[in-house]
Design a protein around this ligand. Sequence first.
Ligand SMILES: C[S@@+](CC[C@H](N)C(=O)[O-])C[C@H]1O[C@@H](n2cnc3c(N)ncnc32)[C@H](O)[C@@H]1O
Length: 277
Amino acid sequence: MTESYGWVPEGVDISVPDASRVYDYALGGVHNFAVDREFWHRAEKMFPTARLVARANRAFLGRAVRHLSELGVRQFLDIGSGIPTLGNVHEVAQEADPEARVMYVDIDPIAVQQSRSLLTGNPYARVIEADLRKPDGILYHPEVLDLFDFSEPVAVLTVAVLHFVPDGDDPVGLLHRLGEPLVSSSYLVISHLGPDATPEGREAQEQARRLYEKTPTPVVIRTREQVAALLDDSFELVEPGVVSATEWRPDPDESGDPPQPTALVALARKRNRDAGR
Ligand SMILES: C[S@@+](CC[C@H](N)C(=O)[O-])C[C@H]1O[C@@H](n2cnc3c(N)ncnc32)[C@H](O)[C@@H]1O
């Protein structure tokens, strides 16, 4: 690729589609390239509700952060945070409390750079480049230790990112490790790609999933039961359990939104035991 973009960090390969940029495009953002847009159009052709799924997921994220803020949570660790777009976690959390702390984490250098530039001048929101599959690199990151008080509740957000973690990378163990230092009244937020409701939909979704095999982050689709099984006994699922994003505490003006069974979401609470690192 011969194009050059001032905002692209050195060493980033923009000749292959990337999950953060594809999702940015799906939500109407501008930090994406021809290869991401073409990828998205192919996926959408196979799976026409893909954009609605992306929007339902994003709307869930906002509602979950608002709900947790109402429960008194003031620290948010947003892993797989993506390229900033509408309704970013710090905007929602700091509306409830301007001193709410938010640490964004992403593996994509462009997502990290765009977040950093958006957060300039915000003393309570930061971003680091790190990998969900290496939880100690997040928990022990100097910026995380500096920003968070682990004697207070923390919400760990894994929103539209666990489906990039195959079983071989032990997602159950990763979530357990991330939960270990958290005190009770801490929470884990999950959203995850699930199977479509109809055989035709599942076939179309399977074709779109195969497209992702060509990206650095192939996708794993998990059923409700498989998503619930990502949690070991250090977390308990909060009502309504694992449900479609549109069914999770919808705002009154969202009650007419079409159900999106492929966006599975859940909120879980850390069980009341002594925390320890
Ligand atoms: C679909 S976006 C979701 C963005 C945001 N959480 C949301 O739901 O609106 C998924 C993000 O996860 C990031 N990601 C994928 N694998 C990751 C990993 N192992 N560690 C950290 N981030 C990862 C991608 O770079 C991308 O920005």
